[in-house]
Design a protein around this ligand. Sequence first.
Ligand code: TRP
Ligand code: SF4
Length: 400
Amino acid sequence: MFPDRVLSGMRPTGKLHLGHYHGVLKNWVRLQSEHECLFMVADWHALTTAYDDVSVIEKSVWDMVIDWIAAGVDPAQATIFIQSRVPEHAELHLLLSMVTPLSWLERVPTYKDQIEKMSHKDLGTYGFLGYPLLQSADILLYRGNLVPVGEDQVPHVEITREIARRFNHVFGKEVGFEEKAEAAIKKIGGKKGKLYEDLRTRYQRDGDVEALEAARALLAETQNLSHGDRERLFGYLEGGGKMILPESQPLLTAASRMPGLDGNKMSKSYGNTISLREDADSVAKKIKQMPTDPARVRRTDPGDPDKCPVWQLHQVYSDDATKAWVVEGCKSAGIGCIQCKQPVIDGVLAEQAPMFERAQPYLEDPTLVKKIVADGCERARELARETMRDVREAMGLAYS
Ligand code: TRP
Ligand code: SF4
């Protein structure tokens, strides 16, 4: 009933690294040619943990947008915008908070984890507890049903779905809903109206999901329905009220775990990253300093790739022939570790070359970035206004 729409975001907390690229950005780039996409700089989310040092946020905002473009996000295809420039995020967050049970927020796995991990910081704030709800508002404000994120963010997409359901359940009921829905079926009339009723019965009586899909497709192609009637009939299929906010789902990249320089997942907090636009010398130096299989003390000692973090990077950057060369050469001590690392260095540099190229014009003229973001915010506000009109109406706030 709502068109597919992709919404995702990142917090501006510093330079992006290759983990962001392989974990999330590659996915964004693929999606932008398949769906309408909105990519958001989550500056308010950054504040929830960086409130004691706000100085990094502003610089990171612009660096991050350049990193996105460097990675291949195309401002001509996707909308790039900043959360705090669309105040409707705050309004929706507040309105959703009216029906969000505290226990839902307290049991989000990232909540207690983060508080423990960042014990040097007081995260016993209202803002931090509300972090996932603000994220739900981000997604639902644009009726984003597809949310490409890293694995760690899946619980936040799940709570978003639960909140949308609850919202629809609580506020989607209107006086005389069933009568209005029945009247709308009559308006479709004829065979199609009958088919809708059959499919709805099959879904409700037998839980036949294919029937549900078929009924939705039927509504999507039915011309002579008003916006309100169409929404009612979508909601009536599942027995509830009007569907005001869609149910979102996470989209994960196939292999989203990018290994870092030490074999752990690449992450700023482990200090094992290569940044997206790191200069070539520094890339080479970091990879040359990577630890290898400790059994290879001397050049003549054989090793085992499975005990070596460099091997994990070969999985990302090397073709089959190179990988065979590594396994053979490592196990027989036929190659040295420095030799083995070279294809990885070359692979990273080759991946980064087009990124530097795409970033260049924006580094030379920062007003280009500001213009892109200003246009994106404009577009985002338009969509946000539409959703908020429906939300306010459903919550009985549409008086003037
Ligand atoms: N919480 C996300 C992160 O830490 C960032 C984010 C904020 C987000 N709002 C979002 C991601 C909406 C997806 C959708 O990376
Ligand atoms: Fe690791 Fe390659 Fe050295 Fe083997 S040869 S230990 S895989 S760096």
